[in-house]
Design a protein around this ligand. Structure first.
Ligand code: B4P
Length: 190
């Protein structure tokens, strides 16, 4: 059976992590979130985690080589998966090219890049809301949140063109109830 490899895309706070939970269950996919992988390294106080924390706390991306290495390990550990949902990865063109190369070598290509679209003020509101309860340093300071959004616009948003050129980019309205958005994503996957 053809594997369902999906990129879930969008600015910080767009609902990638939230929607992944539903899509994993619905399609039986393996969830690969670079944000979660980095936070696990921080929790274990590894050297990689300590370096990543400094960048994440001010809203910057961590180096491509770090996240590409983490994703490679996870793909290799799950080669028999029905498919993968890539959440928060790729975030730069170098990461997207590395992902395509890995999938071509080991698995099957990305089927679709689903881009959740949410206005900036709603993103800031959601992330400050999460920051009030989650303890995540990067969700507690509005300046850091806006810096993450600027990083997204300059380094990550151009990937819409990268996947668009492959005919895989699909925009999905990211405002509404969580269930409404899940239904839009399922429809976009087809
Ligand atoms: P991530 O962990 O990927 O986090 P995120 O983009 O901030 O959030 P996400 O998109 O998953 O959250 P969600 O909208 O679900 O990245 C954190 C940091 O790690 C980055 O800044 C960077 O430093 C580093 N990093 C990660 N990957 C990297 C990579 N590939 N390369 C380099 N650096 C990398 O949820 C947000 C909030 O909105 C939640 O509170 C949720 O409850 C709420 N929400 C969700 N859907 C909603 C809805 N429909 N209505 C109202 N609220 C909603």
């Amino acid at each position: 059976m053809k594997k369902l490899n999906i990129v879930l895309f969008g600015p910080p706070g767009a609902g990638k992590g939230t929607q992944s939970t539903f899509l994993i269950e619905h399609y039986g996919l393996v969830h690969l979130s670079t944000g979660d992988l980095l936070r696990a390294e921080i929790k274990e106080e590894t050297e990689l985690g300590l370096q990543a924390k400094e960048l994440m706390d001010v809203g910057q991306l961590v180096p491509d080589a770090v996240v590409i290495g983490m994703i490679r390990n996870k793909i290799e550990a799950n080669l028999d998966a029905k498919g993968f949902i890539f959440d928060g990865f790729p975030r730069t063109k170098a990461q997207a090219e590395a992902l395509d190369a890995m999938l071509n070598e080991k698995l099957e290509p990305i089927v679709a890049m689903l881009a959740l679209e949410v206005p900036e003020e709603e993103l800031v509101k959601r992330l400050l809301g999460r920051g009030a309860t989650s303890g995540r340093a990067d969700d507690q300071d509005e300046a850091v949140i806006r810096n993450r959004i600027r990083e997204y616009e300059s380094k990550t948003a151009p990937l819409k063109d990268y996947y668009g050129a492959q005919g895989k980019y699909k925009a999905v309205e990211g405002v509404g109830t969580i269930a409404e958005i899940t239904a839009r994503l399922v429809k976009a996957i087809g």
